[in-house]
Design a binder for this molecule. Sequence first.
Ligand code: 5GP
Length: 202
Amino acid sequence: MKNRGLLLVVSGPAGAGKGTICGTFMQRHPQVHLSVSATTRAPRAMEQEGIHYYFLQQQQFEQMIAQDAFIEWANFCGNYYGTPRAKVEEKLAAGQDVLLEIEVQGAMQVKKKFPEAVLIFILPPSMEELRSRIIGRGTETMEVIDRRMARAAEEVELAQQYDYFILNDTVEEATDRFESIVQAEKIKVSRNLTLLKEVRGQ
Ligand code: 5GP
């Protein structure tokens, strides 16, 4: 019998490098399904509908909430973000691993609904480094940067609720650590009880 896929949840403050780490991980493991979230935030330059996000109007988003069409959703710095349910459940049931890159409130909802999910928190080397990374990205106004920095401090507080920390010093090393977590989780006894039965010939 095929095991259910792993549900991997990656969070971390904006600028901590979670996008880059997840991107490098996905390059190494293209068979993993990277969930595309819905958001009411306006697209940034280069962002494409259906690839980076599904960009929705507030009313459309609220309709999906009412239909219970999200695994989790949250309001982050004035915009809605949510993980559409259908694809994630389909992939997990088919034994495919699924990666969610979401903020902490959403991750806490996932943890409640899917206790077997693996929660990973990406830590920046320091808050100063975080600020210079967000500024360096050049996609946000100063006001948004300040709001995101305040939010980052709150997010780091919730990091204790996660299963693993990854300190993002270099992308390669951080991605190696991410891979080690996934490898270890896959051979966890609690996820492989059917294997035990097979070995025993039951
Ligand atoms: P950004 O606007 O920079 O793309 O994302 C802002 C924050 O929202 C990031 O921490 C990102 O991981 C998070 N996020 C993206 N998609 C989702 C989602 O579907 N649900 C939740 N809860 N957070 C999300």
